[in-house]
Design a protein around this ligand. Sequence first.
Ligand code: M6R
Length: 613
Amino acid sequence: MCGIIGVVGASDTLATLLEGLERLEYRGYDSAGVALSGAGGTWRARAAAGTESVLALKLECEDAPTGFRTGLGHTRWATHGAPEAINAHPHLDCAGNIAIIHNGIIENHGELQEELESRGHVFTSVTDSEVLAHLIEEARAAGQDLTEAVRTSLLTVRGAFALAALDATEPDVIVAARRVSPLVVGTAPGVTYLASDVPAILDKASAFYAVNDDEIVRLGPEGFRAIDLEGAPVRLRPLSIDWDLETAQKGGYDDFMTKEINEQPDALRATLLDRRHRDNVITFDEMSLSDDELRDVTRIVLVAAGTSYHAALVAKYAIERWARVSCEVDISSEYRYRDPVVEIGTLVIGVSQSGETIDTIQATREAQRRGAHVVAVSNVVDSSLAREANAVIYTRAGLEVSVASTKAFVAQVAALELFALRLAQLRGTLPERDVEALYLGLQAVGAQVAVALSRRDDVTAVADALAGARDFFFLGRHVGFPTALEGALKFKELTYLHAEGYPAGELKHGPLALIEPGVVVVVVATDPSVHEKILSNISEVKARGASVVAVATDDDETISSVADFILRVPATEPMFSPMIDIVPLQIFAYATARGLHHNVDRPRNLAKTVTVE
Ligand code: M6R
């Protein structure tokens, strides 16, 4: 999510860092910072200015001292702590010699900070990352060199990281490490580079190497050497890179939408990380509503627009099933004007990727005016929605660039379902062993999404076979219904073709009149509890000449006798299925749109964030 860059041995260290940060801004940009280091000490500059943060950083760097050959840079997409300059990286140790930058989440930062503070360390930010600077400081004070200090520090942290550290008392060295979050090393004669993504160093390095999970790399001007967490030497994997800058920013994919579809397992992993504390209690650190306040909730209203509305619809099923709280979902622009009832005990949840959608902000303002507690579910830290709400849950999908929302949807469903489990825990509506099983099942969804992603070619083949069709219906029952709505929304916004999402059982009450030869009906058929009914619905549309595409689980043997095309997905707990079933539908919409030569990242007439009513 954050972008990181490092350089050792350069004559133009600061310029290299600032240029690299500009090229990383597509990863997130709420603040930025650099640290330069040499025998004379460590110099740092940081700035927070939203989309202009690197520009603001450049101003901060106008009086930077010269002659430094080693430096680190970071552009931040906040996960812990507001996007303010004090939380911008690099973070320093107490003496100001060690600087660290970090992308990821340190799960046990709370307990580590407590221990470090009890030993006299002073923290200056509200981030999970700063603990790394102080852990390394202690290890250096115990006589370890920087590489060993980073290695032993990492033995105590849990979570995800791509991190880099420098220390003015060990000049011309950067030590970096990775677990989950990406990290690449680049080399050129006399200079060694480090980056979260290739674009940052694309025109600087001539050879590139991937750092694998739990590997530590020591970079010097002459090159690098790598070890594993036990200290044994390892070889980094060379990368063959022949991308131009634009391709590199898209991670080598043709467009941001493909990149973001493929990032869904990571978005899930990040959103679910660090959500359960001691005694298996599900916890949202950033959420300030007390357990008592949550226990007293008697009714939940979710308000949202577009894709976020569909994620909210999925959440309704989970909240009612698991927590037994009455729940309704409203389109934001409707809620505000319908004179809503807000009673004591009503909790309103505003769901928004951007946190800036004016319809959703106005809806939650209306709810607050009527006395409701409001929780924001936002992908952007400190968004307007998050700032105005009484409490917030952050999805951590990372910056979403493509107008068509993809990874934000799966992250929202995961966060809201986890919230439903927390409510169930508080209200005692599920046995603890069921909470445990569901929690573990949720953690496994990312891997199942990865399997669905691996079947991309099968989906593209179906889209190609249906290339001439112009009318599409998307049907589902239970949580398959919001999945069908989301599949239809993706399809219409990308292809500009008529696509309607419908509850499968409602078809016979009117829309069935539209079914005729040439119409394509896409059916989400993965939920065993409604499977027979879905098969009947398929028969109804088949009898009227429609072509049927079914999203079906790997173990479903009955589906092949009724569907013309099958998009297979791994079976899962039905409540989790929208996060998996949406994957082939995203790819189906994408492939059809590409076949029609549409710009998939920027569909006509649409904006990424809608800030007008
Ligand atoms: O930022 P938000 O989640 O509040 O945005 C809501 C909708 O504008 C958004 O989901 C829109 O429908 C997308 N283009 C769907 O792909």
